[in-house]
Design a protein around this ligand. Sequence first.
Ligand SMILES: *Cc1c(COP(=O)(O)O)cnc(C)c1O
Length: 478
Amino acid sequence: MDHLTPREFAAQGREVLDWIAAYWERVEDLPVLSRAKPGEIRGRLPREAPERGEPFDAVLRDLDEVVLPGVTHWQSPSFFAFFPSNLSGSSVLGELLSAGLGVQGMLWATSPACTEIETHVLDWMADLVGLPARFRSDGAGGGVIQDTASSATLTALLAARERATGFESNRVGVRAPLTAYGSEESHSSLLKAVRIAGLGSDNLRSIQAHPATRAALPDAFERLVEEDLAAGRLPAFVSVTLGTTSTGAFDPLRRIAEIARRRGLWVHVDAAMSGAAFLCPEFRHLQEGAELADSWCFNPHKWMFTNFDCDCFWVADRSALIRTLSVTPEYLRNRASESGEVFDYRDWQIPLGRRFRALKLWLVLRHYGAEGLRRHIREHVALGQEFLALVEAEPDFEVLAPAPLNHVTFRYRPKGAADPDALNMRLLHALNESGALYLTHTRVPAGIGLRMVVAQTQTTREHVLAAWRRIRDTARSA
Ligand SMILES: *Cc1c(COP(=O)(O)O)cnc(C)c1O
């Protein structure tokens, strides 16, 4: 087969866009959680790669027959599991444009627009989510798009490690007994980052969380830091979570950051999911103390209508990051870099190569406008609050953690229930097997809880009310 001509590409492309649009129209009717058994999808693929090229129609057919049965429909309006990975038509078009331009933005010089639009859009975003000016690129800070929050946390930790050791660990390896801190409710990516950065998992301290609110306890953090200092260790990094994965808890940023800064720790904020809420001024009390952070990340690819992957990551002092990650072989040298007038984003991330991810964020911002984004975020929060009220009003159900936004953790607990954990797991499986919605669970001190997260692009009040009716009715027969 020859290459597609640009005209042939356009013709097939129209079919693909139509296929996607039709998928979005019918996704509501598909069972949310895939029913595929292990190996079932592979079993439908030929043993060997095609020797001869195939017509495009055959591929489109297989999308329906082979692929869709193995897809869990993250874009279903009844997807309430984990955290969302929501998207919009605008972001998908931005993604397509990025693929079509096919540029590598590793250096400013390899595509100035890729770097400059990213820097500019991240300055916009910093303002839009109410971050202090020190994170903007016109001061000492700046923003960059990482693939994920996991990469943002690792990148921040590497810079913290270097800052704490006078940039020596890069040269001699990690010799100082560095310690890092995060709530016991921190995301698992923190432990992974600690391992990769060479600190050793024994040097990650788990800050006790409040038994009811699940927010990290500042006094417990301070004690851990003091113990480490007394033992001759070097506390270097603390990750503060705004919106934990388990229950959506908010760590007390200001109090933790004040303790950390007195001892020179790097303060990283992981607001991967809930950072989008800060588009709305009325929710910014949950990020109070932001001016004390050294780095900050949130994922537009969760709750800001921007398809995966897109994590906004800001630092207050970009020089620490660049000094940590910059390695310049002769073949990457160029006049623009040497002028000192440009950002080379390869020095702000772990890989060298990078996509033009800013395009999709730019398209999203231009389509919705800040006012449109706020309206949709507020709708989700209002639906989350309505669901919360329904759970609270039902005597056989209880809410297990504070739910200030769109994430409600709850369980079924009829009087005299012998084993509420087993009961709730049975309920969860029955709900998910119905195909009508998808929820996931967590564990809090009281036991197993179910998590309801309202943040899908197409979710309306009807979907939330239908989910609640089904949860209540299924519980009665579980
Ligand atoms: C989702 C999430 C992560 C991980 O996000 P990735 O972008 O998939 O790495 C980390 N922390 C929190 C608080 C999250 O919600």
